[in-house]
Design a protein around this ligand. Structure first.
Ligand code: 13P
Ligand code: SF4
Length: 384
């Protein structure tokens, strides 16, 4: 437990047995209370004081109270490019989750500091693939003589050392907006892909966009010997999918799609590719957060949409398109709890600390990891 200076105890996900605990989630100094009516004015003032020295990035899943202060918003691919395109900014405040801030640190200059306003803003999917587990899996493939023909591809939602592993192993990073292009590139380099850590993005892309069959895919469980697979299964597979998933998108079910179609005749179902395969198969369209936003912008007035992605974004889309019906695909799925950790008190605290000359919650990736991870990220950024 930790407390804000209101004395109200707060449960912090990153403490205790949670994997984020090693990041150290206690904020040094004093956070302003969430009830402070001056928070907006304080954020405006701190931003104005810092001027061009500061660049604030906001992922589409961030809260409204935070996103209003973002200089740019985007999906994880766009934000990685935006961070890399601002060499003059001394401070990059990343309103998103830990792996995104790491990627920003990797892609920005040594003199630039990347700040994550709350260190507990991790990603449960990224935590499902640790470096040791992935090395162990690679050893299994090496013993079978398969490592030489396997290209490791990791989703952006992974730690920097997993990205570095892929860079070192001749592979690349991908995001939900370029997974097909990354996989096409990978199959030009080798015969198989080890896809980390999101099994759903890997399966959905391979089967629905590239013509592979479900039988071409196997799921490697890092908690079982040999990934829970026979040697023959590993030899036959084209796509070796890591057993990871998003705890938010994984909650949408095929029943949600049936239910919304029955409730709203003519509704278009639009989902993120982190959703399960049966959900994506039943949907009308699938794409990254940026794709979802653009699709709704282009949709005709009067059309109806059920969107299967994080709730902050869906609520903003509904507010932005009063001429269309925009509804959440499932009534019980909620916010991404780690994205939501970045709130206005944490943002104000980070900005005001910078004004005082104190860099808090800096995300730093060591030089060796940076160089290999950058190779994997650069391969992604160079995809046609
Ligand atoms: P995007 O790549 O679409 O931004 O998604 C990132 C993410 O974390 C989705 O859960
Ligand atoms: Fe991770 Fe899912 Fe949250 Fe995205 S929505 S940051 S994949 S837990």
């Amino acid at each position: 437990m930790t407390t804000l200076d209101t004395g109200i105890p707060l449960f912090v996900l990153g403490q205790g047995t949670d994997p984020h605990s090693e990041r150290g989630v206690d904020c040094p100094g004093e956070l302003p209370p969430a009830s402070d009516p001056d928070l907006v004015a304080r954020a405006v003032k701190a931003k104005a004081t810092l001027g061009d020295r500061l660049f604030v990035l906001g992922h589409h899943y961030q809260r409204d109270e935070v996103i209003q202060f973002a200089d740019v918003t985007g999906d994880s691919f766009k934000l990685a490019r935006d961070a890399a395109a601002r060499p003059e900014a001394e401070y990059i405040v990343f309103c998103g989750v830990h792996f995104m801030a790491e990627s920003a640190d990797i892609l920005t200059g040594d003199d630039q500091r990347v700040i994550l306003p709350d260190m507990a803003a991790g990603c449960s999917m990224a935590d499902m693939a640790t470096f040791d587990q992935v090395e162990e899996a690679w050893d299994v493939l090496t013993d079978l003589g398969l490592a030489d023909v396997t290209v490791p591809i990791t989703y952006m939602n992974s730690s920097a050392d997993i990205k570095a592993f892929c860079g070192r192993g001749g592979g690349a990073v991908c995001t939900s907006s370029n997974a097909r292009r990354a996989l096409t590139w990978a199959f030009e380099q080798g015969e198989k892909v080890l896809f980390l850590p999101d099994q759903h993005l890997g399966r959905n892309t391979a089967v629905l966009e590239m013509g592979f069959s479900l039988d071409d895919c196997v799921v490697y469980n890092p908690h079982r010997p040999n990934g829970g697979l026979t040697d023959q299964q590993l030899r036959d597979a084209k796509m070796i999918l890591w057993r990871g998933h998003c705890s938010v998108h994984g909650r949408f079910t095929a029943d949600c799609v049936d239910e919304v179609r029955a409730r709203i005749p003519g509704v278009n179902v639009l989902v993120h590719p982190e959703c399960r395969h049966d959900v994506v198969t039943k949907a009308d369209q699938v794409g990254s957060t940026e794709y979802i936003i653009k699709t709704l912008e282009a949709a005709p007035a009067g059309s109806a949409w059920a969107v299967g992605t994080e709730l902050n974004l869906v609520k903003r889309l509904a507010a932005a398109h009063p001429d269309k019906t925009v509804t959440f695909l499932d009534r019980t799925v909620c916010y991404c709890s780690t994205m939501n950790r970045i709130d206005l008190p944490h943002l104000v605290w980070a900005l005001e600390s910078l004004v005082e000359g104190q860099v808090v919650n800096q995300i730093t990736v060591d030089p060796e990891t940076t160089s290999w991870a950058k190779l994997a990220l650069d391969r992604m950024l160079a995809l046609p």
